[in-house]
Design a protein around this ligand. Structure first.
Ligand code: ADP
Ligand code: MG
Length: 460
């Protein structure tokens, strides 16, 4: 009996190996087994608890199909951790009901089995490295993943526009581009355009300034328009107007529009009412920070994509200690791999501890208020005493506000203390200034850059 299972499973795996990328095969499939099977149901053992979700959401169809091809027409597959490990986390709520709901009248479709993509990128500025295949699914992002897949399968049909929002480094751009890449993989004649709203604004303003023709046609004659970082269109009324018309033209022609943003349409400030209502026509879905299991899965996959198998404890150490976003998690992993490679050692938990400890403590603790004021002043080419003075000229007020903001964010000074450092008695200005910069950082690319540059100089 067990032997029969094992032969069947080998054949299933052999088939799957031809479909998925080597890294995916190694990470997810190599270590699996068929535990038991009835006429209708198979129980598949997978390597660890965070593999379960990947199988349920990403590979279920593939495994089922391959079982069918091997004369095992099961209707349902249950995924279970193979060997009893010390901490088996209970996963009865997988969030898949949300997915089922979303897909109620959507045929579950197999992703196109192309691991090699067409290398034609520059025209649409899609990056071929962002695919569905290497996107890890967890309950923080499964809804977004599923909606994006539905759109890639049937562009322009169901969720139009599809609006994906969430904090930085959580995979919005990855998903948005994966849609574009999947559509091109199926039909490389499709006109797919990916553009950030900043570029849209810039091109639009240039077309007005230099009286260039053809801007509106450029984006109204596509099959799929993907606009990323929509929040940057806030406050740009003329551009919003232009985008509104682009939106209408595409929507009327049943062309797909996909939008990424750090917040939902209703929270993007100074969005004209009619554009906001357009953006709310379709489906808006948020992405959140993945839970611990998903973070483990991400670390594990990314390591094996670099050809390295990390020990479980190392994977867990990284996932436990980096909770900000996936970009940073990836950064830490890359640092670990590079460090180990350079020294010819195996990247293990103690190497990881050393490195992450370093990342954490790399900020010197001895920055002073005076340094913040001086560096800010120098950055803006004004005098420190102007920052501490009373003048209300704009070229002084903004640096002053930024200095106050940095005193708060870097040194955690109280508002009265901030006021004192700038030679003031009243601390309400400090409160307003810090609030103002906090807000501007979110909305204004320039301010964000300035603050980041000064901060870099502080810690250089
Ligand atoms: P955002 O656009 O939300 O700021 P990105 O899409 O640029 O974030 O993601 C940051 C990095 O993290 C990218 O390298 C991306 O590939 C990776 N990433 C994010 N989420 C996932 C995921 N679920 N699976 C695999 N990689 C991910
Ligand atoms: Mg992005």
């Amino acid at each position: 009996m067990a032997l029969v299972h094992s032969a069947l499973w080998q054949s299933v795996l052999g088939e799957i190996e031809l479909t998925v990328s080597p890294a995916n095969y190694l990470t997810w499939f190599a270590n699996t087994e068929l535990i038991s099977m009835t006429d209708t149901e198979a129980v598949v053992g997978v390597a660890n608890v965070f593999a379960i979700k990947q199988f349920e959401v990403k590979f279920d169809e593939l495994v089922k199909k391959s079982l069918h091809n091997n004369d095992a027409p099961v209707q349902k597959i249950v995924y279970r951790v193979k060997t009893a490990r010390k901490s088996v986390i209970n996963r009865e709520t997988t969030g898949s009901s949300r997915v089922d709901e979303l897909l109620a009248d959507e045929p579950r479709t197999q992703k196109p089995a192309t691991s090699s993509r067409s290398p034609k990128t520059p025209a649409n500025s899609l990056n071929p490295k962002y695919t569905f295949e290497n996107f890890i699914v967890g309950s923080s992002n499964d809804l977004a993943y599923t909606a994006c897949q539905a759109v890639a399968t049937n562009p322009g049909v169901k969720y139009n526009p599809l609006f994906i929002y969430g904090g930085v480094g959580l995979g919005k751009t990855h998903l948005l581009q994966a849609v574009g890449n999947a559509i091109l993989a199926k039909n490389d004649g499709s006109r797919v355009v990916y553009i950030s709203s900043e570029t849209f604004v810039k091109e639009f303003l240039e077309s007005i300034r230099f009286k260039k023709q053809g801007f509106s046609d450029k984006y109204r004659n596509v099959d799929v328009l993907i606009i990323d970082d929509m929040q940057f269109i806030a406050g740009k009324e003329k551009t919003q107007e232009e985008f509104f018309h682009t939106f209408n033209a595409l929507h009327q022609a049943n062309k797909q529009i996909i939008i990424g943003s750090d917040k939902p349409p209703r929270s993007i400030p100074t969005l004209t009412e009619r554009l906001r209502s357009r953006l709310e026509w379709g489906m808006a879905i948020d992405i959140q920070m993945p839970d611990f299991e998903t973070r483990c899965a991400i670390v594990q996959t990314k390591a094996s994509m670099s050809g390295i198998t990390l020990e479980q404890e190392t994977v867990e150490y990284l996932a436990k200690n980096i909770k900000t976003n996936i970009r940073e998690l990836e950064g830490a992993l890359n640092q670990l791999l590079a460090y180990a490679e350079m020294r010819g050692i195996t990247p293990d938990i103690s190497t990881a501890e050393g490195l992450i400890g370093n990342i954490r403590h790399s900020r010197p603790q001895h920055i002073t208020a005076k340094q913040i004021i001086d560096k800010t002043a120098r950055h803006f080419q004004i005098e420190s005493k102007e920052i501490c003075g009373e003048k209300r000229d704009k070229h002084i007020v903004v640096p002053r506000q930024i200095a106050m903001y940095l005193l708060r964010s870097e040194l955690h000074l109280s508002f009265p203390k901030i006021a004192t450092e700038l030679g003031r008695k009243d601390h309400t200005t400090a409160i307003h200034s810090v609030e103002k910069i906090e807000k501007s950082i979110k909305l204004d690319f320039l301010i964000r850059e300035q603050v980041a540059e000064i901060r870099e100089k502080l810690y250089a």
